[in-house]
Design a protein around this ligand. Structure first.
Ligand code: CMC
Length: 437
């Protein structure tokens, strides 16, 4: 459609259908046209209307949302209107989770009550432990997390009543509270170590570290700088508007299933290497490159289309990923405690070369949040398989904020995209016995 067909004055789009010569005025609201209005454009009354073909929803808004704002061109990310850098500097994960879920910052009483609720729902039913122990010794922790979160719906059958606001709130608290427990147990499982129960005297991130790393000591005391770095990472990963996993949560949630099943769908989506699995892929890539000298060869491979520079590029950010800048600072803080990760040298050089290379500049490919997060996680002694779990835990508050918004949104319907059918039609079925003789 030519730009001059856009009528700025009256907020409509005038479309001329050259197949019929008919003109249509399509209303423009919030910078969008409604898909169903395009559906009114038809060649004949009994024909299907015009549809949008948009694989990957590259230019399709699927909902209205007041949770997270992103301006990809200028690198802005805000939760409920608050810039990510301010939240990362001055807030903590539980306060940010409250903000995402409730829409505003808590008063002192509200925060204390929220913290108390989350802290006292960290334990899981003993049977959960039983079935987690049944996984194979080398089970990927994301697979274990996905399965155990889905299984929680069987422990809380009342969660299927999603029209009750109080019950919805209880499941939100349970999910945010239990994710670190399940994530830590998936980690311990792979190491053949006993699962550690939550320590409710500790804060959210400190308790998680305790469940991960505690051995025979009475109380696990993590270095405060590492606890803070983990809080910052959790804040940065808490929400990111309509990304692949959030879309999965909303899509599955639109069937009105319980939130455990919807969040399990989100975990499945996050597992993929183009989404949350990217930081695991970054580490593997850096290891494969192996040395600074090997970078030019690797870059040539990327430009020839044989490789992908993991941790670079983003569907939305075409200038820089504001999370990547904050994470670089968090990496310095962590390395101060743990010593520098030797792969950092390769990462820094790779970034330098890529940022100057025309291939990446032309395509607006910059480091994303995952380029450095893997290095931090590795410095914190996490194996690469745990990286996506460390993403899923904080993203749970974002998924749930989006799910709550979906449940209350009167405009939402069950997600059911259209297709362009490309297959055969009207074939006569020949039974197997006739076909095989
Ligand atoms: N390395 C090399 N080339 C790339 C990369 C990359 N990382 N990303 C995009 N390109 C190229 C792509 O080949 C294409 O080139 P051409 O126009 O010649 O065909 C062009 O850039 C546009 O790429 P696209 O695949 O159409 O972009 P997209 O918006 O569909 O994909 C992305 C976004 C994040 C999936 C992609 O950039 C990518 O695969 N990056 C690596 C994986 C990664 O780091 N993912 C983490 C994303 S941030 C965390 C999260 O939110 O999940």
């Amino acid at each position: 459609m030519a730009d001059d067909s856009v009528s700025a004055g009256n907020s409509t789009l005038t479309v001329r259908d050259n197949r019929t010569g008919k003109e249509y005025d399509v209303p423009i609201t919030d910078g969008t046209v409604h898909g169903s209005d395009l559906g009114k454009i038809k060649t004949a009354e009994d024909e299907p209307g015009l549809r949008l073909y948009d694989p990957g929803f590259v230019n399709t808004a699927s909902c209205r949302s007041a949770i997270t704002f992103i301006d990809g061109d200028t690198g802005i990310l805000e939760y409920r209107g608050y810039p990510i850098d301010q939240l990362a500097e001055k807030s903590n994960y539980l306060e940010v989770a409250y903000l995402l879920i409730h829409g505003e910052l808590p008063s002192k009483e509200e925060y204390d009550s929220w913290e108390h609720q989350i802290t006292f729902h960290t334990f899981v039913h003993e049977n959960v432990k039983g079935f987690m122990q049944g996984f194979r010794y080398d089970a990927h922790p994301m697979g274990m997390l996905l399965a155990s979160v889905g299984a929680l719906s069987t422990f809380y059958p009342e969660s299927r009543n999603i029209s009750d606001a109080h019950l919805r709130h209880i499941q939100v608290v349970r999910l945010i509270a239990k994710m670190p427990t399940l994530g830590a147990w998936a980690f311990r499982h792979a190491q053949g170590k006993p699962y550690i129960y939550p320590d409710n005297d500790l804060g959210y991130a400190a308790n998680f570290l305790s469940m991960l790393f505690k051995m025979s000591e009475q109380k696990f005391e993590a270095d405060e700088r590492l606890v803070r770095a983990l809080e910052v990472l959790f804040i940065l990963h808490a929400d990111h508007e309509q990304n692949c996993s959030t879309n999965a949560v909303r899509s599955v949630g639109s069937s009105q299933v319980d939130p455990y099943s919807a969040v399990a769908a989100g975990i499945g989506a996050l597992f993929g290497p183009l989404h949350g699995g990217a930081n695991e892929a970054v580490l593997k890539m850096l290891r494969r490159i192996g040395s600074v000298d090997a970078i030019p060869d690797f870059i040539s491979g990327v430009k020839d289309g044989n490789e992908r520079l993991m941790g670079f590029g983003h569907r939305v950010y075409k200038n820089y990923d504001p999370r990547a800048q904050i994470i670089k600072k968090a990496a310095d803080d962590v390395f101060e405690v743990t010593g520098v990760n030797p792969l950092l040298k390769i990462a820094l050089e790779l970034e330098k070369i890529a940022l100057e290379d025309e291939y990446f500049v032309k395509r607006k490919l910059y480091p994303n949040v995952d380029f450095y997060s893997g290095l931090i996680y590795e410095a914190l002694s996490f194996p690469p398989e745990m990286f996506t779990v460390l993403f899923a835990i904080p993203r749970t508050s974002g998924w749930l904020a989006q799910w709550l918004e979906l449940v209350d949104d009167k405009e939402q319907k069950i997600a059911r995209p259209q297709q362009i059918y490309t297959g055969e039609r009207g074939l006569d079925f020949v039974s197997a016995s006739e076909r095989w003789g």
